[in-house]
Design a protein around this ligand. Sequence first.
Ligand code: DHE
Length: 499
Amino acid sequence: MKHLPLILLLFFANATLAADDAPALYQKHCAACHSKDRLGAQGPALLPQNLHRLKQKAAATVIANGRKATQMQGFADKLTPAQIQALVDYIYTPLKNMPVWDMAAIKASQIIHHKHGSLPDKPKFKADMDNLFVVVELGDHHFTLLNGDTFEPIGRFPTRFAVHGGPKWAKGGRYVYFLSRDGWVSKFDIYNLTWVAEIRAGINARNLAVSHDGRYVMVANYLPHTLVLLDAKDLTPIRVIEAKDSDGNSSRVSAVYTADPRSSFIAAMKDFPEVWEISYKPSASGKNSAETHFPIRRIHLKGILDDFFLTQDYKTILGSSRDGGAQVVDLDLGRAVAKVDLPGLPHLSSAITWPRNGTTVLATPNIRKAEVTVIDTKTWKVIKRIPTQGPGFFMRSHENTPYAWTDVFFGPNKDLMHVIDKQTLEIVKTLKPAPGKTSAHVEFTKDGKYALVSIWDMDGAIVVYDAKTLKEVKRIPMKKPSGKYNVHNKLTRSAGTSH
Ligand code: DHE
């Protein structure tokens, strides 16, 4: 040993010492995103129950090199292989006391800021209530309510930590529901510019859906393995549905969406190959009771769905798994009817559709491939693979614009934004709104005349473009704005935006 250079000696000493102390390594490098008790926050929970689809060797590679399509960075330059292995052993060790998040715990977490019906029924401010935007600012966990006509902020409000996914409006546009990664559902009253109710529906949540009749909120959880049905009025829990197959195996829930004409929630499971349709159709008496209603229809598939897209008529799902398979599921027939060749890890929750040549095409960005894939939804054949300057995350369009916008979220060209002609399927322009800074996620005004782009930086902005001339018209400073959502486009289920 004494012949080894000093730097190597120090390296080995550090590796042995620190590798022994996995909990300390975890607190230093992982706790900020995955929470100090491993239950998940901005990053997922790091528990054997959540990691069983990931081999331990693959987990070590993720810790060393990071994971594409997530905020997970690589630690190979900060941790030795022994330290990485110690962390892998640690996160695959069950917690001594697994916290329970059942109906009682959910109920106990409920906070009513304002009793339902106690606040004025008129907006406190003047604006086209149908053309407002909610902009989620991840940088300091706030959201800005933006006037979509003047592009002036109406107010800025603190949110729970790490809001993820699209906030969802209830019919009418007065109430909007947010979900944080650690399971808090927060209901905001836009008329009165205030939070009205909150509840923690899970420990590590995925997304939420609001029924089109505005009566229910459904939350999909990773931890515990549940779907939680809430009363949309004040978020009182109605039912906790365990995500279990007929053999008793439980699963994380990939996501849940509402299927308006079916009056049902559609949810996909991440750990067994099933899609569930949970009906919220009112009973004959007009009332639904927790015990007798919300029946579950299970659709058995050949492969797991990690991510999926519901067609505009809510009859079909295009779903993909992280392992590379993509399948088309007919919800009426209750089975998979086609396979699609989508090897680039399509980000289907942000896929969009539009009419072209007598058919409807679906376009999706890909997280592992520098390509936008365009699919004919009649034949489910890929009709074009549009090469991009890098893999992308989000895609958007609007009925009144000839263009579809897609970002280049990953890699050295993360500051680029492609504008694609929806008929020729060619990129007609590539914008660079803020050189060196990630530009991603677009949303249109209600009339489709302006496109709003996020600059994902603490010193970031929303950049407003004229959607026809593609010229910048305004820049509104924001703190790492992620998604932005227009009331009209969301409530009318515009084919150019996510639902
Ligand atoms: Fe998201 C939406 C899943 C990582 C920002 N993301 C969604 C939805 C799902 C999903 C299922 C649809 C929810 C909805 O709106 O109802 N996201 C996943 C992942 O599986 C993934 C890859 C890994 C993970 O960490 O969970 C992931 N997502 C991220 C991020 O790292 C992003 C960039 C930053 C963040 O907030 O953590 C991110 N996801 C978003 C945004 C939306 C979203 C902004 C809403 C898009 C929309 O326009 O509706």
